[in-house]
Ligand binder design. Structure first.
Ligand code: NAP
Length: 306
């Protein structure tokens, strides 16, 4: 019996068991994917150690990790893939030669999914059009924003991160820019200035006026906050009275409801917009492949969540 699971807190609305059970069923692999609610550290430390021992002993084949452990768990592992290390967050753990390794499949999951519409967009410059700048505004600076920013930077995008705590956006930007934070009060100006050969990652306060200042230069807006997630479905992270930039694309990591307020706003303004369900399926498929060593049955996984 293959034993898989998810650690985090709280977990009751997770779709991961549905996705992984569908994959196991489709490949006729006997197994189960359990939810392991583990409180934030230090309260959950003992339970987390127990689960990691089970993984080391082979009682568990793999674990997914979600809020609040994606970063705090990292020191308990024996190694990280280069992606998890660069991003600074782990969402998948596997055991290799008795060593617990942390990986991050959110980043490639996001890229695979967003590419499905980037490639058919006429208004967004393609990756090979090196002379044209592709600029993204990422709302939120938590764990998933780190994966999103990492991926976009890897593919040559310039990124500005907006957070309600400016220092959180600045820390994230500095991490990817590989530059020290210059001036803690600098949010809002000169966000796209590049240093030759360095990725361009800026930071602003998640407020109306700094967003207004740069919005016309943006081709992509990514929501990496939980704003708009069920049950608060009438909320949008986009500030009122600022039109979405024409020709831009909107990607909302939130997937419940299927059409978030932000996605609806974007579609009403004639923009291409996508929710985060495809990223969810792809990050699960990639974790599954990491654990089982065989191609994940994506169609069956999609069918299950739709
Ligand atoms: P996280 O680590 O808690 O980060 C959330 C970010 O949003 C933080 O910067 C937080 O700021 C900010 N934020 C929260 N509420 C806000 C508000 N009312 N106004 C302004 N900023 C606010 O969470 P995460 O793991 O990045 O997840 C973010 C969202 O993405 C969640 O809805 C999650 O379900 C979704 N997600 C989807 C996928 C997928 O596969 N589609 C994968 C991962 C995550 P503070 O730190 O100041 O609170």
């Amino acid at each position: 019996m293959v034993q898989l699971g998810l650690v985090g807190y709280p977990l009751h609305h997770s779709l991961s068991p549905h996705l992984h059970h569908a994959a196991l069923r489709a490949l006729t692999i006997p197994g189960e994917y359990k939810l392991f609610p583990v409180l934030p550290f230090p309260k959950g430390s003992q339970e987390m150690s127990r689960l990691l021992s089970m993984l080391r002993d082979g009682e568990l084949l793999g674990l997914n990790v979600t809020i609040p452990h994606k970063q705090t768990l990292m020191p308990l592992l024996d190694g990280l893939t280069s992606e998890a290390s660069e991003i600074g967050a782990v969402n998948t753990i596997f055991c290799q030669d008795e060593r617990l390794i942390g990986d991050n499949t959110d980043a490639p999951g996001f890229w695979v999914d967003i590419n499905k519409i980037l490639q058919v967009s006429n208004s967004i410059p393609q990756e090979d059009s090196s002379s044209i700048t592709r600029r993204a505004l990422v709302l939120g600076a938590g764990g998933s924003a780190r994966a999103v920013v990492y991926t976009l930077v890897q593919h040559g995008w310039e990124v500005v991160v907006a957070a309600r705590r400016l220092e959180q956006a600045q820390e994230l930007a500095a991490h990817f820019q590989r530059l020290p934070i210059n001036d803690p009060k600098a949010g809002g100006s000169n966000q796209w200035s590049a240093i030759k050969g360095q990725p361009v990652v800026g930071s602003i306060h998640f407020e109306k006026s700094p967003i207004l200042e740069l919005v016309s230069q943006v081709n992509l807006i990514v929501n990496a906050t939980p704003i708009g997630m069920w049950p608060e479905v009438e909320k949008s992270p986009w500030p009122e009275d600022i039109p979405l930039p024409s020709g831009a694309m909107v990607y909302d990591l939130v997937y419940n409801p299927a059409e978030t307020m932000l996605v609806r706003q974007a579609r009403n303004e004639g923009l291409m917009a996508k929710n985060g369900l495809g990223m969810l399926v792809e990050q699960a498929a990639l974790a599954f492949e990491r654990w089982l060593g065989q191609t994940a049955p994506r169609q069956a996984m999609w069918k299950e969540v739709l």
